[in-house]
Every structure is written in structure tokens, then in C-alpha cells.
Design a protein around this ligand. Sequence first.
Ligand SMILES: [Zn+2]
Length: 67
Amino acid sequence: MTLPASEASEEGRFTMVKCDKCGSTFEITPPDDVHDLASWSQEAFKESVKVEHKCPFCKSDVTVFWG
Ligand SMILES: [Zn+2]
């Protein structure tokens, strides 16, 4: 699958996540400049920001921890 969004990687940081509910993959962006690594687990980072990203396909909330 080719995503035109790959061209944006030099400008803005983003991460692809997979929705648990429908299995679709979509792009999410960090909440700020400091927290730019994404994880499913809160334990992955000493300090993290929990963000609920909405799946654009099935509208489910996908929880991601940014650290
Ligand atoms: Zn979904």
C-alpha cells in the first residue's frame, strides 16, 4: 500500500497506528514537539501523554501514549 503521506515525513513527524476494532491503519501526529514517540504502553516512557486518537474509518478511540 502506498501512502502519499510519506512525503510529509520530512516536514512533520507522524506515526501509523492500527485500529483494534476495524484493523485499518491510519496516521497520527504527536501532540507537541516534546512527546514525539508513540507507544501502546504507558510503561514505555518515564513520562508520557495519553492521547485518544479517533479512527477515521470506524470512529473508535485508539489510545496512544506519547513519550
Ligand atoms: Zn477503526
